[in-house]
Design a protein around this ligand. Structure first.
Ligand code: ADP
Ligand code: MG
Length: 278
C-alpha cells in the first residue's frame, strides 16, 4: 500500500546564532503548513534566504524542526535511525548542486545500488543490477550499461541531475523534494530536466515539492504555488491564480523582478513550445 499525502504542519525552525558573546535567534521558518498529494506538484517560491532549503531539509529529516510535524498519510514517524530510513524510502530529495550531490569516487551504478539494496534487501545481485539499469533508462541515460560504469566527472551537469533523479526514485519513493533542481544547469537543458521530472511524476503518480525562484516554470509545472517570504507563506493558491492575480505585495515584487506579469502567459507558451520541440 503506498502513501498518498505528505503534510507539513506548523513547521518552525529557529537557528541560534553566536557572534562573540552575543547570541541571537534567526526565525528561518515561522509557521508553515501544506499538504502534497500523490500526483501533484506544489511549487515553493521565494527569494534567496527566505527559508526554502530549510523547509526542504526538515522534510527530508536532515534538520529537526524547532516545532511542528511532518506526516505521511497523517502519521508522524519520529527521528530514530530506523524511522528515518523508512520515511526516506517514501520521501526523497534532488539537491540543487549536481556536482556536490554525487560521490566522485563511485560509479553511477554504485549510487543506485545502495538505495535499491537498502530498501529492497531481498533482491538478488542480478535483480539489483536490472533495477539500476531500468532506472537509468527511465531518466534517459542510455545506453544504461555504459552510464552505469561511469563516474560523476564523466557526466555533464544535466546528466548528473538525471542520476540524482534516478537515485531519488531508486527506493520506490512516492514524494520528491526538488530544491532548485535546475538552477545550476545551463539554461538550454533546464526544461529537459524539468520535463523528465514531470513525465516520471505522471508515470508513478508522485507528489513533488518543486522549490524554485523561477515563476514561469513554477506556473508551468505546478498545480499550486506557495510564496515564501522571510519564513512565512504569504500567498498560496492554484498556480494560475497566484501568477495572474497576485494578492500579496511581495508576490507582486517577485513578479516585478521576473519578466512582466503580462509576459508570463507568453513565457509559459514559450515553455510549451520549447518542450514540444524536445
Ligand atoms: N544551519 C544554519 N545555521 C544558521 N542559519 C542558517 C542555517 N541554515 C540556514 N540558515 C539561515 O536561514 C535562512 C534561510 O536559509 P535557507 O533555508 O537556506 O533559504 P533559501 O533556501 O530560501 O535560500 C537564511 O537566513 C540562512 O542564512
Ligand atoms: Mg536554498
Amino acid at each position: 500500500m503506498s502513501v498518498t499525502t505528505l503534510e507539513a504542519r506548523n513547521l518552525v525552525k529557529d537557528f541560534h546564532l553566536r557572534s562573540g558573546f552575543k547570541t541571537s535567534i534567526l526565525h528561518a521558518v515561522k509557521d508553515v503548513s501544506f499538504t502534497i498529494e500523490a500526483g501533484k506538484t506544489v511549487a515553493l517560491v521565494g527569494e534567496s534566504g527566505s527559508g526554502k532549503s530549510t523547509i526542504a531539509r526538515m522534510l527530508m529529516k536532515l534538520e529537526t524542526p524547532t516545532s511542528g510535524q511532518i506526516l505521511l498519510d497523517g502519521q508522524e514517524s519520529g527521528m530514530s535511525g530506523r524511522a528515518v530510513e523508512a520515511y526516506r524510502s517514501q520521501v526523497q530529495m534532488v539537491f540543487q548542486d549536481p556536482f556536490a550531490s554525487l560521490n566522485p569516487f563511485h560509479t553511477i551504478f554504485h549510487h543506485l545500488e545502495r538505495p535499491i539494496r537498502l530498501h529492497h534487501p531481498k533482491l538478488s545481485t542480478a535483480q539489483v543490477r536490472e533495477r539500476a539499469l531500468e532506472l537509468l533508462e527511465r531518466v534517459r541515460l542510455t545506453p544504461a550499461e555504459s552510464f552505469a560504469e561511469r563516474r560523476p566527472h564523466e557526466l555533464s551537469g544535466g546528466q548528473r541531475q538525471r542520476v540524482a533523479i534516478a537515485r531519488a526514485l531508486a527506493p520506490g519513493a512516492r514524494f520528491i523534494v526538488a530544491d532548485e533542481p535546475v538552477s545550476m544547469l545551463d539554461v538550454s537543458i533546464r526544461l529537459g530536466v524539468l520535463n523528465l521530472l514531470a513525465d516520471l511524476q505522471r508515470e508513478d503518480d508522485l507528489g513533488v515539492l518543486y522549490i524554485t525562484h523561477d515563476l514561469a516554470t513554477a506556473r508551468h509545472f505546478s498545480d499550486e504555488i506557495m510564496v515564501l517570504y522571510k519564513g512565512d507563506v504569504v500567498e498560496r493558491g492554484p498556480a494560475d491564480d497566484v501568477i495572474l492575480n497576485p494578492q500579496h505585495e511581495y508576490t507582486r515584487t517577485l513578479l516585478g523582478a521576473a519578466p512582466e506579469p503580462e509576459n508570463l502567459g507568453r513565457l509559459r507558451d514559450e515553455v510549451r513550445a520549447e518542450l514540444a520541440g524536445l
